[in-house]
Design a protein around this ligand. Structure first.
Ligand code: ADP
Ligand code: ADP
Length: 221
């Protein structure tokens, strides 16, 4: 059974038809890459699939549940618990430590504090940043900052992690490490990812590739 099914997603900005009837499916423990030229609508699609933005038309089915019509606090509850996001620029809060940043989603969802701390510490171990818990983002390397952002995305144990150019701001060594982590999270924890990327290596190690072009999404081999 698919974790996510999107049907006939349409989005216009004024006269600009950005998404022209997109169908998309994602299974558990799969990494799906979305590639395509700049301005093709990849981020727009990612934001709609991840419920950060709303389509003009179309259906979104998550775990067998139609979420297309959710809004307000029901939508934000759903998003906080089912979805993780990773951005090109990590978007960490500079005044908070790595561990505090990782705990933000649990705090927003009012999860048990003690259990959340245990989870945060487990995630930091898995991501090899457990020796950086008390550091602020400015004291961390680019690769470490991005791994803190990955831990934050995983904090509430989301069914799907959406990532927009996650290695776009990393040098090739850190990018490779991040890509290996995605594979590890897929293989050991069954994590599913939808990743917008220009990185050829990341597209190559993904389970499937889609190309966005002229408002349409095509599956590549
Ligand atoms: P990509 O991620 O493939 O680079 P985007 O999804 O960011 O493409 O953008 C697709 C098109 O939609 C671009 O022409 C962009 O300028 C336009 N666009 C994106 N967001 C908005 C918005 N909020 N308002 C108006 N136009 C937008
Ligand atoms: P990316 O290059 O990572 O795809 P962009 O820089 O295109 O992202 O977009 C960053 C943000 O600005 C997005 O939230 C998008 O919705 C918004 N945006 C992009 N293009 C436009 C536009 N032409 N008008 C208004 N907002 C836009």
């Amino acid at each position: 059974m698919s974790l996510l099914i999107a049907k006939n997603i349409q989005k216009n900005y004024g006269d600009l038809k950005v998404l022209d009837g997109i169908d998309f499916q994602l299974e558990k423990a799969k990494i799906s890459a979305i590639v395509g030229p700049s301005g093709a609508g990849k981020s727009t699609l990612l934001h709609i699939l991840g419920t950060l933005d709303q389509a003009d038309n179309g259906e979104l089915i998550f775990d067998n549940k139609d979420i297309s019509k959710l809004n307000g606090s029901r939508l934000s509850n759903f998003r906080n618990n089912a979805i993780g996001f990773i951005f090109q620029f990590h978007n960490l809060l500079p005044e908070f430590t790595a561990e505090e940043n990782i705990l933000i989603p649990a705090y927003i969802s009012k999860r048990d504090q003690k259990e959340s701390q245990i989870r945060a510490q487990e995630l930091m171990k898995i991501l090899s940043i457990d020796n950086r818990a008390e550091h602020k983002p400015g004291q961390l390397s680019g690769g470490e900052q991005q791994r803190v952002a990955v831990a934050r995305a995983l904090m509430n144990n989301p069914s799907i992690v959406f990532a927009d150019e996650p290695s776009g701001n990393l040098d090739s060594k850190n990018a490779e490490e991040l890509h290996s982590l995605f594979l590890k999270l897929r293989d050991e924890f069954g994590q599913a990812f939808v990743i917008v990327t220009h990185n050829k290596d990341l597209a190559a190690i993904s389970d499937e590739r889609h190309e966005m072009r002229d408002g349409k999404l095509d599956k590549l081999n």
